[in-house]
Design a protein around this ligand. Sequence first.
Ligand code: ADP
Length: 187
Amino acid sequence: MNIILFGPPGAGKGTQAKFLIEKFKIIQISTGDILREEVKLKTDLGISAKNIMDNGDLVPDEIIMSIVEKRLAEPDCKKGFILDGFPRTLNQALELEKILKVQNSEINKIIFIDVDEDILIDRITTRALETSNIREDDNSTILKNRIKIYKKDTKPVLDFYKNMKKLVTVNGMMSIEDVSKAIVKLL
Ligand code: ADP
């Protein structure tokens, strides 16, 4: 089973991905986590991505696609995978289709975790205040930019999968546990 977890920043994709990995014994591919690791290791890729990420902008599609293509070629993806934070542009979604076609594989479902904008802002502000390990992209000016970019560049991805009849929606404003239950029901 190959799944995309989709939703605005702060929707809880990472939390739900962790639950699904355990439940279905499949792997998670988070482009955000991969990029943060590259930043930490100060690789060339990490160095060029850092400022973009700190501003809440999108890392160029070519960089993202080379990361994803490499990762999807690993043998552990054969048993199924969860994509989290990708695709974030229509172009990334189209490129993903090409990669999967070559591998004779496909996305089975895209799960949209739907959360109202005012709740997102509350959540990320709280996350920024509570964690000692503050993410530089968790402050409110940058968050507003991330939400703006989500609306402009990422939302079109929803329509793409909706047209393919692969989109299912869960209410992401319920408790973490109830969101997990709703996702399992839909799979
Ligand atoms: P979120 O808090 O929404 O889960 P992520 O951890 O997925 O955020 O991503 C953090 C940052 O990494 C993004 O704001 C963006 O700069 C970059 N990034 C991650 N995935 C992608 C992608 N698929 N395309 C472009 N940029 C990405």
